[in-house]
Design a binder for this molecule. Structure first.
Ligand code: ADP
Ligand code: MG
Length: 723
């Protein structure tokens, strides 16, 4: 017997094939499927007489097919199905392009219902590519408010509509996680009614009410998750790290540049936080290149100087190494032992460790980022995993840098007082919550205390979103760029200017510069063909465009040590151009690279383009960003924002306005459904969700009084996957 929790593969009409496709959307059970909500509606509810149709209106008519034919156009080889439909008041044409099977079904004498937009040509008005179904069927795709669902390859809204209709009887088995009194106070429908309203709305008002309910539900859950972590966080205590003014000043004076005001302010806020007996919980939000690393270094120095250890984590191994390199440089005058711990050398001996002991022989003053090769020469600094773990445990290592695995593995510290997480662009709420939970559970070596917690993100977050997601933590913003930066010249390049742009790039390279070329391949479904496309693109560029230059290729199918080698080689100027898919996080710092070309730029969000652009302009040379785009005016007008704005915060605001929060955050990354996303810019809703989450946790801090909520939330947390 099927029930709401049955797996979809056991539903006869769906079967293994569709179950697999739905699985990609995270839909596994009947309940999941019923919770797959439309993101908009086509209003086909108004049925009118054919005589009342006029151009540009969206309408539904019912009638009988009186003529039907399939035409093939000569020039364009397009198949056109043309039907004439008659009701009591007149006859209208309906036309479908490249859907020849329509003419098989719509034969003379059939009763049909047709919904769509009315167009006009020489022969008069007609329905262009309308939705249709036989009039004997319950209105599903026509004649009502027709829901449009998030689709994926091999899955249409039309198919989803039929399936939902047949499975809807199971909706009554779904229990409502939101307590009844909250629903009634907010005048929101219960889950069963809301599902009815969402999938089969009689009016737009019903559909909106359903959306509101589910948006509230998601926001409420989100707030519960982050607030319950805050509750457990606030109960903890942390070591107090005194703010040593002289130490900080000396360090700042040793830098080859002066700090921006924003950096000073952020560093001060952090150092003040760490003085308190409560663990810090702060987010450092700053554009790419705004100088977050120095701020993190100042916090680290303070903790280390007080005799404690610090862990710094990056999302990828390459970025961990980069931090390692820049932090080693920053601390060249301080007696600090720094270790890098990643598993990118798994092939050799599972783990490879590198430490730099500045008390010993290395002199970095005259070397530019050649730390890597130096270490390799310096045999004595290569340690086994055990050696390093021991040195962490006994406190010989002051600062350990690695990936998130650092705190997930069973590493024991002597006295870890500060955890810094560089999230880069992934500021998924769940991931953040998860890391924070991990930080609480970490074996920091200090009894009864937990480490101070600092996260850094390179995604400028608009204010409304910051409120929604990070209402429970302190925020420091680096909204000011270092002064020595030149504005990156950004230009949208159409097909006709391609060659001259390539020429320009060649010239820059001849002058010793380097270039990135990014091309998009982001869809999950395209992953398999990624290798092929990447290779082809690399070949095309190497053979036809830049045969005289050295091109490297980077794509997601490379192993991480292979990726690292390519990037390192690029950095060491073994290549002129790095061709990369967008799947690969090109978070690498190559000061000599001054050109960023982005293919099919119109396929990216502005914020993502801005992230790519941030890869260049990392020194005082003039840098360039070329956005290759199809010449549709629409996408160009969107891309104009890139030419106009250089601040990530301005671009984020634009992005949010133009694409809405779902696209802005990338729903997949944030783990928040579209419906909720559409309402996230609705500050009021966020505030209400916040308030009710607070009340609920006050009533039952462990949620034991609300078992359904507790269940939903642990599901929420389980869905977190770190790489
Ligand atoms: P991000 O915020 O992207 O992590 P980084 O910390 O990597 O930025 O800094 C980017 C570059 O800018 C580094 O080379 C760093 O040394 C340099 N930098 C940082 N702060 C300043 C400053 N105030 N003035 C000049 N250069 C700076
Ligand atoms: Mg950084």
């Amino acid at each position: 017997m099927l029930n709401a929790d049955s797996k979809l593969e056991n539903v006869p009409r769906i079967g293994a094939k569709y179950a697999a496709i739905l699985g990609k959307l995270g839909i596994e059970t009947i309940k999941d499927f019923l919770m797959h909500l439309p993101f908009r509606y086509e209003d086909y509810s108004e049925r009118i007489s054919i005589e009342n149709l006029s151009t540009d209106m969206t309408a539904t008519v019912m009638g009988e097919v009186v003529k039907s034919k399939l035409i093939r156009t000569w020039k364009k080889k397009i198949l056109i199905t043309e039907c004439h439909i008659k009701d009591d008041t007149g006859i209208v044409r309906a036309v479908w392009f490249n859907q020849p099977y329509v003419s098989d079904s719509l034969v003379e004498g059939k009763g049909v219902r047709i919904s769509g937009k009315i167009s006009e040509d020489k022969k008069g008005i007609y329905f262009a590519n309308p939705s249709w179904e036989f009039s004997s069927r319950t209105p599903t795709n026509t004649g009502r408010l027709v829901p449009i669902y998030p689709e994926t390859e091999g899955l249409t809204s039309k198919w989803i509509r039929w399936q939902i209709q047949l499975l809807f009887k199971f909706a009554s088995q779904i229990e409502d996680p939101i307590p009844e009194n909250i629903l009634s106070q907010l005048h929101l429908p219960n889950i069963k009614t809301a599902l009815q309203y969402a999938h089969f709305p009689k009016t737009l008002k019903q559909a909106e009410l359903a959306q509101k309910r589910f948006a509230f539900e998601q926001m409420f859950m989100l707030q519960l998750v982050s607030q319950s972590i805050k509750v457990s966080w606030d109960k903890q205590s942390a070591v107090q790290i005194p703010f040593d003014e002289k130490l900080t000043k000396d360090f700042v004076n040793s830098l080859p540049f002066s700090l921006t005001n924003a950096q000073k302010k952020a560093a001060f806020q952090i150092l003040k936080d760490m003085e308190k007996p409560r663990p810090m919980n702060r987010l450092l939000n700053g554009d790419v290149g705004s100088g977050k690393t120095v701020v993190a270094a100042m916090a680290s120095l303070s903790a280390i100087n007080s005799g404690f250890q610090v862990a710094l984590m990056a999302p990828t191994e390459v970025l961990a190494r980069q931090h390692f390199e820049s932090i080693c440089k920053l601390f060249k005058d301080n007696k600090i032992n720094i270790a890098l711990l990643t598993n990118s050398y798994r092939e050799i001996n599972n783990f490879k460790f590198q430490t730099l002991n500045f008390e010993s022989s290395l002199n970095l003053k005259n070397s530019n980022l050649k730390i890597d090769s130096k270490i390799k020469q310096n045999k004595s600094s290569q340690l086994s995993r055990e050696d390093l773990l021991l040195k962490i445990k006994n406190g010989e290592i002051n600062l350990i840098i690695g990936t998130h695995a650092l705190i997930q593995k069973d590493i024991k510290f002597k006295n870890l007082a500060l955890v810094i997480v560089d999230e880069q662009h992934r500021f998924g709420v769940q991931q953040r919550a998860y890391l924070q939970q991990e930080a609480i559970n970490i074996d920091d070596g200090i009894k009864g205390k937990i480490p101070h917690f600092l996260t850094m993100t390179a995604t400028p977050i608009p204010r409304t979103l910051a409120l929604a997601f990070f209402g429970n933590l302190n925020l420091s913003v680096l909204d000011e760029m270092p002064k020595n930066r030149k504005r990156i010249t950004t230009k949208i390049v159409g097909a006709s200017e391609r060659n001259s742009t390539y020429e320009f790039v060649r010239n820059e390279i001849k002058n010793g510069r380097q270039a990135f070329i990014i091309f998009p391949l982001v869809e999950e479904s395209q992953k398999l063909s990624e290798l092929k496309a990447a290779t082809e693109e690399h070949e095309r560029l190497s053979k036809n465009v830049f045969p005289d230059l050295k091109l490297a290729l980077l794509h997601g199918r490379l192993k991480s040590n292979e990726k690292e080698k390519v990037m390192q080689d690029f950095k060491n100027k073994k290549y002129d151009i790095l061709v990369s898919t967008s799947v690969v996080e090109v978070g690498i710092d190559v000061p000599n690279a001054t050109i960023m070309i982005i293919e099919d730029a119109d396929r990216f969000g502005l914020s993502q383009l801005h992230q790519f652009r941030g890869r260049v302009g990392r020194n005082d040379l003039q840098s360039y960003c070329f956005l290759f785009a199809k010449s549709s005016t629409l996408s160009k007008s969107r891309l104009r924002a890139m030419e106009k704005f250089s601040s990530g915060f301005d671009i984020a605001d634009q992005d949010l306005k133009l694409r809405g929060p779902g696209e802005f955050l990338g729903t997949r990354q944030s783990g928040i459904p579209d419906v909720a996303m559409q309402h996230i810019s609705n500050v009021k809703l966020i505030e209400i969700a916040h308030e009710y989450a607070e009340k609920t946790l006050k009533e039952s801090p462990d949620l034991k009084k609300f078992p359904l909520l507790e269940k939903e939330i642990s599901k929420f947390q389980k869905n977190v996957h770190l790489e």
